[in-house]
Design a binder for this molecule. Structure first.
Ligand SMILES: [Zn+2]
Length: 422
């Protein structure tokens, strides 16, 4: 991690360094400890902490005695002094959360979407839900640092534009970030869903201080978020992580791209449900299964597998095999020591898949003699995308190593000083 620099123009960065050290400490840090931990001068630490106390984001806590001399006052984060809103745009639903400064969920909402949600009404609905969520939890808009939105890719990050996700018909070049910011009056940030989830794994997942992890997201599509040495990789144009066309190890089924054996097809809920229907395991349907029905049948398949039904287990084993194949390639390309599996489609099949994937033969992992690779299930649950979106905001304001993401700006800002509206 970078140390602080004693330069006035870096006040924002130094402030983030100080906040980061306080946030990571278990019982707060004294000014002396902060000076040692941050690499900043005592004067800089004194100035920054005074400003942060003034705006109520940290406070003086208990006296701590460490060694001789008079006891020191620990500075601690005021966890409910500021909040971050996260919105996950998914073809099937909008999920929203409010997080406090340590990433705990303080409020949550889930809105099912019509079968082909249009941009204008969706953005309006998002804005209304944000207001309702904040009002319902008694959180003032002034205490909200910003809104993070996680969207399926591809996105135009600089412009805050949803470019045209495959599964959201009618969404072409939608300036989601600015439109939502205008309706809520809150600073807003847009990132790709899988990247947001990787940020959440870093913030609230339990992966140690400086993980090298890949977070595989199973949603309506499949994607990868990447964290190397504790920093999120976004790719050259913020669209990293398209793993849907990796080879799954099996030639069935044909993917939407026209090729055979793509991971995106092998783990797609629609394909798995159709197999269950062909096998006589799940109730047949005449037409294409609508999204809400698909979700129910997918969960039924998962519970049948969990109960030991042999045909269901075989289908879920196919997912485990495809993921195993992909994990090997991903771990080799990125030299990871941890792979985290999650997303809304993960939970119903998680136990069997994790068991089978964890037992994979590691011979194909080139660096296995140098370091272990762990494969774990995410603990973020089904709101992972929304939690990730809110973590983008926390990361922007509280982490000195964050990529400076582009917010839709309203007015001016000085981070936690005076005005926070951007
Ligand atoms: Zn493909």
């Amino acid at each position: 991690m970078q140390a602080g620099a004693n330069h006035e123009t870096l006040a924002g960065f130094n402030q983030a360094v100080v906040l980061d050290r306080i946030r990571r400490s278990e019982h707060g840090l004294s000014r002396v400890e902060l000076t040692e931990a941050s690499g900043l001068s005592a004067q800089s630490v004194s100035n920054i902490t005074r400003r942060l106390i003034e705006v109520g984001i940290i406070r003086e806590g208990a006296k701590v005695r460490s060694g001789p001399g008079k006891p020191r006052t620990a500075l601690e984060l005021v966890v409910d002094s500021r909040f971050a809103v996260g919105v996950h745009l998914d073809p099937g639903a909008i999920t929203l959360v409010v997080l406090d400064l340590v990433g705990d969920v303080r409020a949550r909402a889930h809105v099912d979407m019509p079968s082909s949600p249009q941009p204008e009404e969706t953005i309006q609905r998002m804005a209304e839900e944000i207001t309702a969520l904040l009002d319902g939890s008694g959180i003032s808009h002034d205490a909200v640092l910003g809104v993070g939105v996680a969207s399926p890719g591809p996105i135009d990050h600089g412009g805050g534009v949803v470019v045209g996700p495959a599964l959201l018909s009618g969404w072409r070049e939608v300036p989601l970030r600015d439109a939502l910011s205008e309706r809520t009056g809150l600073p807003t940030i847009l990132d790709k869903d899988v990247t947001a989830v990787a940020v959440a794994e870093m913030w609230v997942g339990d992966h140690g201080g400086s993980p090298n992890l890949g977070s595989i997201y199973l949603g309506t599509g499949v994607g990868l978020g990447v964290v190397i040495a504790g920093e999120v990789l976004r790719g050259g144009y913020n669209n990293v992580g398209e793993i849907g066309h990796l080879y799954s190890g099996s030639d069935e089924p044909t993917h939407g791209c026209g090729r055979r054996g793509c991971l995106g097809a092998a783990v797609h809920p629609r394909f798995l449900v159709q197999r269950g229907q062909t096998d006589g395991l799940l109730p047949a349907s005449h037409d294409d299964v609508p999204p809400d029905q698909l979700d129910k049948l997918y969960r039924l398949l998962g519970s049948l597998a969990e109960a030991g039904e042999p045909r269901a287990r075989k289908i879920v084993s196919g997912v485990a095999a495809a993921l195993t194949h992909a994990i090997e390639d991903i771990a080799n390309v990125l030299d990871l020591d941890r792979v985290v599996l999650g997303g809304p489609m993960w939970q119903p099949i998680s136990r069997q898949v994790l068991r089978e994937v964890s037992g994979m033969n590691r011979d194909g992992i080139v660096a296995r003699k140098i370091h272990e690779i762990e494969i774990v299930g995410s603990e973020l649950g089904e709101s992972a995308g929304a939690i990730g979106a809110a973590c983008l905001v926390l990361d922007h304001f509280l982490s000195p190593t964050s990529t400076q993401l582009q917010f839709a700006a309203r007015g001016t800002t000085s981070g936690f000083g005076g005005t926070r509206r951007m």
